[in-house]
Design a binder for this molecule. Structure first.
Ligand code: CA
Ligand code: CA
Length: 190
């Protein structure tokens, strides 16, 4: 266990994330229990510390320096982002790397999951046709006005009211002449 100024940062890499949870999980299984793993300050090391650390990780405010690499669970999407931001794939992807990106062209890249897209908070147009997406969540991309996502296996689309009402977007799903979206479940989150 290293030293870090960040509470719960057991591997001392200055972020609290799933790696620290994994270390805590191991600590919970060992005996006697090391009091340094007492996250909630009750002088006991148990599942409540695991729950507290999980909550701390989820509730972390996103800043420019937030390391969002772990959000990109799809290798092809993550590699596309690396090439877009001109970083090599041993560097962390930070929120500041993607937050100002307005256009994303991900056509025909074999992508199965666009987790991580939620950090593209300035995104105006998204092209992600000809991939293997089964769900698409653009509910955090509130600047989005254009979406092209045909030729996937989409069954679920999450959007927001404002984005949904943007021209060139709703039209794709309501104009039956486009026809490709029969059976898709659309969830409007606000
Ligand atoms: Ca850590
Ligand atoms: Ca505790």
């Amino acid at each position: 266990m290293g030293r870090s100024a960040v509470k719960g940062d057991f591997n001392a890499d200055n972020v609290i994330d799933n790696k620290d949870l994994a270390i805590l999980r191991t600590a919970l299984l060992s005996s006697p229990k090391d009091i340094r793993y007492d996250i909630n300050g009750d002088n006991k090391v148990n599942v409540n510390d695991y729950l507290r650390l999980t909550k701390m990780i989820i509730n972390q405010p996103v800043t420019d320096n937030t390391n969002i690499t772990g959000a990109f669970i799809d290798d092809d999407f993550r590699n596309a982002v690396y090439s877009l931001i001109n970083k090599n794939n041993s560097s962390p992807i930070l929120y500041s790397d993607v937050k100002n990106i307005q256009n994303l062209n991900l056509d025909s890249m074999g992508i199965k999951d666009l987790n991580g897209l939620e950090y593209f908070t300035s995104l105006k147009s998204l092209y992600c046709s000809n991939n293997q997406l089964t769900r698409l969540n653009v509910s955090k991309n509130t600047a989005l006005t254009y979406l092209s996502c045909e030729k996937n296996q989409l069954t679920t689309l999450y959007s927001t009211k404002d984005t949904w009402n943007a021209i060139f977007y709703k039209m794709q799903y309501t104009d039956s002449t486009l026809g490709a979206y029969t059976g898709i479940s659309i969830t409007i989150k606000n």
